[in-house]
Write a protein that binds this ligand. Structure first.
Ligand code: PMP
Length: 479
C-alpha cells in the first residue's frame, strides 16, 4: 500500500506512456488508490472512500478467502487448459448448477468482451445467419465485433455508425423510453417494446432470411439501470426464435447474485426464461480476469462441428478456476445474495422517501445491488438533470463517496457496489446524498430570493421555471 511515485509524477507518466483514449475516472482530479478492503478504497493520503460502483470486486475488495485461494494455487501450478485439471471441471460442474438444465456447457475466457465475441461467433455458426438485434444504448464490449453491436459506442464520437446487419430496438425503458408508463400499463409496455423487436425480426427476415442473435443485458446498465417490464424477455425470445435466432443474456454486469432475488438477472423475468447463451464476466473472479460463455449442448456441438479448434491460452487456467470457485464459496457462505436483497430494499425504500423530499428525484429503480436514481429538472416532462447529476457526483467524491452517473443523458445515479455493502455503508451514502440535495435546494432558493427582491417581488418566467423544476424544498409538495 505504499506509493512509489508522487501522484503528479504518476499522472505525468500516465499521460506520457498510456494511450490518450484510456480515460481516468474523475478526470479533473483523478484518484490514486493504493489499497482497498471490503467496500472501502484508500488513496495515497490515507483517505477512505466508500465504493458504491465497483461491480468487479463483488465479494469485497481483496477478500482474504479469495486472495488465499489465488496464492495457494499460484504457488503450485498455473498452466493452460490443454492439460487436464480438476479445478476447471469441478468449477464448470458447480457453476452449471446455478443455471437451467438446458444450459449445460461452459467455455472459459478472460473478459466480458471475449465472452460476447465468442457468443456471437457461436450464434453465427449455429444459425448460419448474420443479422443481430441489439438494444439502444447497449454496450457489450470493446472488440471490433462488439463495437458493431453496441450503440453506446457506434453511435458516439469515433463510432462508425450502424452496420447493415445490425438492428437496434428501443430499450424497454418504461420511464423515459419510446413508450412510457405515462401512457401505458406495464403489460402494454412489455408488448409494445417486444413488438418493436418483432418488427426488426420481420425486417431482417425479408432482407437476409432471418436473425442470428438477439443480444441484451438482462437489466441494462449503460442505458441508466433499466429494468424491463414483466414478460418482456418472454415475448422477445419467442419472436427472435421464430425468426431463427438465438437469444443471448449478457450477465457480465448483473450476474452472480447482484440482483439479490436470483443468481442471474434473466431469472427475474420468470422461471421459464432460458436464454440460448449467457455471458459472464466482471464479478466472476473478484478482480482476477476470468469470464465465461454458458450455452446449450446443441449450440456447443454446432460450434464444435465446424472442425475449428477453440483454444484460449489463459481461459479457465487452474488459478482462475480456483479464484472463481472461491468467489462462489463467499457468495454462498456469507449469504451475499440475501445481503444484496436486504440492503438493496432498504436503500430503495430510503431513495423513495428522499423522492418525497427532493423534487430532483424523478424515478428510483432496480433491485438488490443494482439501483438507479433518475434525476430530473421537472417531474412532469422528466427532462434529465444532467449537470445536477454531475455536480452531485463531484460533491459525493469530495465527501469520500464514489458513485457514478450513467444513461444516455448521464443523469442517472448508478449504484452497483460490492455485495458486501453494509447497513452502515448504506446509511453513510444516504446521509451524504440527502445533505447534498438539500444544499442544492437551499442554494437555488437563495438565488431565486435574490432575483425576486431585485425585481421587487415580481417573479419572471425564469424563476417560475426554476420553481417548477422543484429545486426549492419549500415547494416540493407542488411538484
Ligand atoms: N458486457 C457488459 C454488459 C459490460 O458492462 C462490459 C464491460 N463494461 C462488457 C460486456 C465487456 O467486458 P470487459 O470489459 O471485461 O471486456
Amino acid at each position: 500500500g505504499k506509493q512509489r511515485l508522487e501522484k503528479e509524477v504518476t499522472l505525468e507518466l500516465r499521460n506520457k506512456y498510456i494511450g490518450p483514449s484510456c480515460k481516468l475516472f474523475y478526470r479533473d482530479d483523478p484518484l490514486k488508490i493504493l489499497r482497498a478492503s471490503g467496500t472501502y478504497m484508500y488513496d495515497e493520503k490515507g483517505h477512505r472512500y466508500l465504493d458504491c460502483i465497483n461491480n468487479v470486486c463483488h465479494v469485497g475488495h481483496c477478500n482474504p478467502y479469495v486472495v488465499s485461494a489465488a496464492m495457494q494455487q499460484m504457488a503450485v501450478l498455473n498452466t493452460n487448459s490443454r492439460f487436464l485439471h480438476d479445478n476447471l471441471v469441478l468449477y464448470a460442474e458447480r457453476l452449471l448448477t446455478f443455471f437451467p438444465k438446458e444450459l449445460c456447457v461452459c467455455f472459459f475466457v478472460n473478459s466480458g468482451s471475449e465472452a460476447n465475441d465468442l457468443a456471437l461467433r457461436m450464434a453465427r455458426t449455429h444459425t448460419g445467419k448474420k443479422d443481430v438485434i441489439t438494444l439502444d444504448h447497449a454496450y457489450h464490449g470493446h472488440v471490433s465485433s462488439l463495437i458493431d453491436i453496441s450503440p453506446y459506442k457506434f453511435n458516439h464520437p469515433g463510432g462508425e455508425g450502424q452496420a447493415d446487419w445490425v438492428h437496434v430496438a428501443p430499450v424497454a425503458d418504461v420511464y423515459r423510453g419510446k413508450y412510457t408508463d405515462k401512457d401505458y400499463s406495464l403489460e402494454e409496455l412489455s408488448e409494445k417494446y417486444a413488438d418493436e423487436v418483432k418488427q426488426l425480426c420481420d425486417k431482417a427476415t425479408k432482407k437476409s432470411g432471418g436473425v442470428c442473435l438477439f443480444v441484451a443485458e438482462s437489466m441494462q446498465s449503460c442505458g441508466g439501470q433499466i429494468v424491463y417490464p414483466p414478460g418482456y424477455l418472454r415475448q422477445v425470445y419467442k419472436h427472435v426464435r421464430a425468426a431463427g435466432g438465438l437469444c443471448l443474456a449478457d450477465e457480465v454486469q448483473v450476474g452472480f447474485g447482484r440482483v439479490g432475488s436470483h443468481m442471474w438477472a434473466f431469472q427475474t423475468q420468470g422461471d421459464d426464461i432460458v436464454p440460448d447463451i449467457v455471458t459472464l464476466g466482471k464479478p466472476m473472479g473478484n478482480g482476477h480476469p476470468i469470464s465465461a460463455v454458458i450455452t446449450t449442448r446443441e449450440v456447443a456441438d454446432s460450434f464444435g462441428a465446424t472442425g475449428m479448434e477453440y483454444f484460449n491460452t489463459f481461459g479457465g487456467n487452474p488459478v482462475s478456476a480456483a479464484i472463481a470457485d472461491a468467489v462462489l464459496d463467499v457468495i454462498e457462505n456469507e449469504k451475499l445474495r440475501e445481503n444484496a436483497t436486504m440492503i438493496g430494499s432498504y436503500l430503495k425504500q430510503e431513495f423513495n422517501s428522499m423522492k418525497q423530499k427532493h423534487g430532483i428525484i424523478g424515478d428510483v429503480r432496480g433491485q438488490g445491488m443494482f439501483l438507479g436514481v433518475d434525476l430530473v429538472k421537472n417531474r412532469k416532462t422528466r427532462e434529465p438533470a444532467t449537470a445536477e447529476a454531475a455536480y452531485i457526483n463531484k460533491r459525493l467524491k469530495e465527501q469520500y463517496v464514489l458513485l457514478s452517473c450513467d444513461g444516455p443523458s448521464r443523469n442517472v445515479l448508478k449504484f452497483k457496489p460490492p455485495l458486501v455493502f453494509s447497513l452502515n455503508d448504506a446509511k453513510e451514502l444516504l446521509e451524504k446524498l440527502d445533505n447534498i440535495m438539500t444544499e442544492m435546494e437551499v442554494a437555488e432558493c437563495e438565488v431565486n430570493d435574490a432575483a425576486k427582491s431585485t425585481l421587487n417581488g415580481t417573479v419572471n418566467s425564469h424563476h417560475k421555471s426554476q420553481i417548477s423544476n422543484g429545486h426549492c424544498s419549500d415547494i416540493q409538495v407542488k411538484v
